[in-house]
Ligand binder design. Structure first.
Ligand SMILES: Nc1nc2c(ncn2[C@@H]2O[C@H](COP(=O)(O)OP(=O)(O)OP(=O)(O)O)[C@@H](O)[C@H]2O)c(=O)[nH]1
Ligand SMILES: [Mg+2]
Length: 421
């Protein structure tokens, strides 16, 4: 099944959830942004100085000779369409259309933007944008700030990443840098001159700081490996560097989409709507024995007092807060212990436990119909914490997990104080 087809049922459900009137504000805002993101293609911007090999790299990624011959045009978009055709836009906003591919087209004068539509199914769910930089640093800055705004992944093509390129890149937002790669294009030239290892070594500190990774690629060789025969010439595809870059690009696209879908499921789940056929991450009692135990204790207590489904109705504030405190239990302390030491840590699993704990806390406080200010404040705190957890989950990694645990510990401290007050 294509990635876009997997996304659609979740996007539809998220849309339904968001159209309901009682969606909490924080989920509505986040959900709307997310829905927009899920519904638009992943945007990959390929940039670099003139003649740095941008068009050849895009052609290689598409496995097709599509772009070429319009070096003066700063912006070329490649998007999915009903048929292969090229739109040429002039300075005064006029657009003319030619059937076929840019590489074969007659390029009119004074073009500022080109849009290549491709009927190729392989492109569905992705768009590519070639952004050509010039020697005018101020113009480059302006172009980059506009074009990179909605970029999901950036490939910066270069032979040595000179000072002007470094300065331009240093001004780019960190969220974009986290999904960007430096590509040493025309790597075959550097191999021939015996300087590729030196270039890589020199760029390593910058790449470590400012990019997700570095890929030397000989695009023309890679293209030859893909297109000369009925089958890929595997050795050449591999040694050209094309295969590594393509695989990493696919991984990034998949993992970005997976993170968006997890987030969409979580919002749908929070808003208590089920997605048919899609697996929703519900707070799992099995994952979190503390929560199960707290819920069982509550069930026993409510059975004893003869109270049914609306377990906390009419409960005194101290009881509600004590139960809330029990839900949080000593989970944060336990998880900090998990992060200590040399052993490998499954930060995603810990993050899930944190989220489960805060969700259980929030549901517990929602279920009470108590309008005492202590409970109302606690409810608000729990909701805010849920929001924070969502952001931490998006960030992922050890630091975000540590933040999530610290938030739980802080909550626990506050609830314990309120319970004993
Ligand atoms: N040897 C070699 N030449 C390459 C490679 N990639 C591109 N070239 C050549 O470098 C020149 C520029 O390549 P393009 O892909 O057009 O570069 P570009 O950055 O799109 O250029 P502009 O759009 O004009 O700024 C062309 O002559 C390509 O054939 C490569 O991997 N190896
Ligand atoms: Mg080009």
């Amino acid at each position: 099944m294509k990635l876009q087809e997997t996304i659609e049922p979740i996007a539809v459900k998220l849309g339904e959830v968001l159209s309901a009137s009682d969606v909490p504000r924080q989920y509505r805002e986040m959900g709307t942004r997310l829905l927009d993101h899920l519904r638009r293609p992943v945007r990959i911007v390929v940039t670099g100085m003139a003649e740095s090999g941008k068009s050849s790299l895009i052609n290689m990624i598409l496995s097709r000779q599509v772009l070429g011959g319009c070096g003066e045009v700063p912006l070329v978009d490649v998007v999915s369409g009903a048929e292969d055709r090229v739109h040429f836009e002039t300075e005064d906003g006029n657009v003319s259309v030619q059937a076929g591919l840019l590489v074969d087209a007659q390029i009119p004068d004074r073009i500022v933007h080109v849009k290549q539509e491709l009927s190729d199914q392989a492109l569905s769910g992705q768009t590519y944008c070639e952004l050509g930089l010039s020697n005018d640093a101020a113009a480059n800055r302006r172009l980059l700030s506009v074009v990179l705004q909605d970029a999901d992944i950036v490939l910066w093509c270069t032979s040595g990443f000179g000072q002007m390129e470094r300065d331009l890149w240093s001004a780019v937002a960190d969220e974009i840098k986290d999904h960007s790669f430096l590509v040493i294009t025309k790597a075959d030239h550097q191999v021939m001159w015996g300087i590729l290892s030196k270039t890589i070594e020199e760029l390593e500190p910058i790449v470590n700081e400012e990019f997700l990774g570095l890929f030397p690629v000989a695009s023309l060789q890679a293209m030859a490996a893909l297109t000369t025969g009925p089958q890929i010439v595997q050795d050449l595809w591999n040694s050209s560097g094309g295969q590594s870059l393509r695989e990493e690009l696919d991984r990034q696209i998949q993992s970005g989409r997976a993170a968006d879908m997890d987030m969409a499921r979580m919002i749908v789940n929070q808003c208590k709507v089920e997605i048919p056929g899609a697996q929703i991450q519900t707070p799992s009692p099995a994952v979190n024995p503390e929560i199960t135990q707290a819920r069982q204790t509550q069930a026993v207590k409510s059975a004893e007092t003869g109270q049914g489904g609306d377990m906390d109705a009419g409960k005194p504030v101290a009881r509600i807060m004590a139960d809330a405190d029990q839900i949080l239990g000593n989970i944060g302390t336990e998880m900090l212990g998990d992060l200590d030491g040399d052993h490998a840590v499954d930060t995603d699993a810990i993050m899930t436990r944190c989220i489960d704990a805060v969700q259980a806390l929030s549901s517990h406080l929602q279920e009470t119909d108590c309008d005492d200010s202590v409970v109302l404040n606690a409810r608000e705190d729990a909701q805010k914490s849920e929001e924070m957890m969502v952001l931490f989950q998006l960030e992922r990694g050890e630091e975000a997990t540590l933040d999530a645990i610290m938030l739980l510990l802080q909550l626990r401290k506050e609830f314990a104080a309120k319970a004993s007050a």
